[in-house]
Design a protein around this ligand. Structure first.
Ligand SMILES: [Zn+2]
Length: 299
């Protein structure tokens, strides 16, 4: 699932290409993509892009008449930049946004359709679309700790719940927890001051490092290789491979339709997390799928 660093890369690439440009036409190949009916999509046509914004894991494209196109890519949605008027070919193609200088296309791999597009009127509606999690890059240590401590959750769950923290998913939570040297199943009500300090600082430095890298890549070309699995990640997607810090094999806990990767030596005092820890992950009412987690909203 595209997370904060991936969204930042898309925004960098979109800023160079569509800021101030006129959206001439929207072509939708799969109607389920569009989750709003009023205003109709055609109302967005003919308007210029006035602002680009990240809303949690969503990309919001603001037009000059205060209409906002809000895209949620979910797990398999991806953006591409093509020559103006590019055809919507292939079964993964969902929609095309034709600008005067090129076409932004949206695809979604796989058989389940999760990506969504909302056309909203006014900033208040955009704020309302936000699941409510805090921005991990701007919140200070005290605010971060207070927010994550509201409920007693495992850290893995607290970091990836869009109602608590915005923009972090399965991949970067693994990387953050490894950098902080804290167990994914540590409970938010049990962390020491030192651990909060490490977690907050690891969150900021890990996200910033990847954002910086992806933004630099995006300046050299549209991000076409967005993936949750990067060979130079420390633990995420690296089960059985050596931890870059201590050399021990990276471990995993499987849950729902996914897995969490961690290094036992660096994060759990050498202890392997087992079934018991798995039930602890579920105890905090972990949804059955990551999709379900992603669609939770603050009420
Ligand atoms: Zn290690």
């Amino acid at each position: 699932m595209p997370e904060l660093p991936d969204i930042a890369a898309y925004l960098t690439a979109l800023d160079e290409r569509i800021m101030g440009r006129r959206l001439e036409r929207i072509r939708v190949k799969k109607p389920f993509l569009v989750r709003t009916v009023d205003p109709p999509l055609a109302a967005a046509e003919g308007h210029r892009v006035a602002e680009l914004r990240r809303v949690g894991k969503r990309i919001a494209i603001g037009l000059d008449d205060d209409l906002w196109l809000v895209l949620h890519l979910m797990i398999a949605g991806r953006l591409h930049w093509r020559d103006a008027g590019a055809t919507l070919a292939g079964r993964n193609a969902l929609a095309a946004f034709d600008f005067e200088n090129g076409t932004l296309t949206l695809t979604e791999a796989g058989t389940t359709s999760r990506a969504s597009l909302h056309l909203l009127r006014g900033e208040a509606a955009v704020r309302d679309a936000d699941p409510g999690g805090v921005d991990p890059l701007s919140i200070d240590l005290a605010g971060f700790r207070d927010t994550l401590r509201v409920e007693n959750r495992t850290l893995k769950r607290a970091l990836t719940d869009p109602r608590i923290v915005g923009g972090i998913g399965n991949a970067y939570s693994d990387e953050i927890l490894h950098a902080a040297r804290i167990s994914p199943i540590a409970l938010t009500h049990k962390l020491s001051d030192d651990e909060w300090q490490r977690l907050h600082s690891a969150t900021v430095t890990t996200l910033q490092m990847w954002i910086e890298r992806f933004r630099n890549e995006a300046r050299n070309g549209f991000p076409e290789k967005v993936t949750a699995f990067r060979p130079d990640m420390a633990v995420h997607g690296r089960y059985g491979k050596p931890c870059p810090v201590c050399g021990d094999a990276v471990q995993r806990i499987r849950y729902a339709d996914n897995e969490t990767n961690y290094c036992a030596r660096c994060q759990t005092g050498g202890r392997l997390l087992s079934d018991r820890s798995l039930s602890r992950l579920f105890k905090g009412d972990w949804p059955k799928t990551l999709d379900e987690l992603e669609t939770l909203r603050r009420r």
